[in-house]
Design a protein around this ligand. Structure first.
Ligand code: SME
Length: 163
């Protein structure tokens, strides 16, 4: 599939198409890392606005710390404690964070200075245990909105919490 430039007008349609594609590819797969790698790859290839796309996983040995998982993009920092930055806030609160301007977010962790806006979605397993967060950064301000939140939350539920 060729990547298509996403405008606000076709964003919903694009998410529906990409969600269908991802769910078909990971159907029956039980390994979370493999699913995360596949999701990072397909989201990144399909949305031009995505500059860094990937997962920070809850470290089973240090359960209040996130450790970098599969991603596409420039090098991300390895560890983020719960409560720090946008990812740590999403992990601690269990709520999606939509940040229009990362420079205005108290405690934002700048892994790459080109990052301007971001969305971070908590990822839960079927028992509602937090296993990771999905972090998507853009090199433009105001890249993410309620449409991204809705479809990325829906994708995370279908990919990791479906019973
Ligand atoms: N910006 C994130 C850190 C992760 S990187 O962007 C890859 C944050 O503040 O949580």
């Amino acid at each position: 599939m060729q990547p298509v430039k996403v405008s606000a007008a076709n964003k919903q349609e694009k998410y529906q198409e990409v969600t269908k594609q991802i769910l078909a590819v990971i159907d029956g797969e039980t390994n979370d890392v493999s699913k995360m790698a596949t999701i990072s790859c397909l989201l990144d290839q399909n949305f031009d606005s995505y500059f860094w796309t990937g997962f920070y996983m809850v470290d089973p040995l240090k359960p209040t710390e996130l450790v970098v998982g599969p991603y596409q993009g420039t090098m991300g920092c390895l560890r983020i404690p719960f409560g720090r930055g946008v990812c740590g806030t999403a992990a601690e609160t269990g709520e999606t964070q939509v940040v229009a301007d990362v420079h205005a977010f108290e405690g934002h962790i700048a892994c790459d200075h080109r990052s301007q806006s971001e969305i971070v979605v908590p990822v839960f397993d079927a028992s509602r245990k937090l296993i990771a967060v999905l972090d998507v950064d853009s090199d433009q301000k105001n890249s993410f909105d309620e449409i991204d939140k809705h479809y990325l939350e829906d994708l995370m539920t279908k990919a990791f919490a479906a019973v």
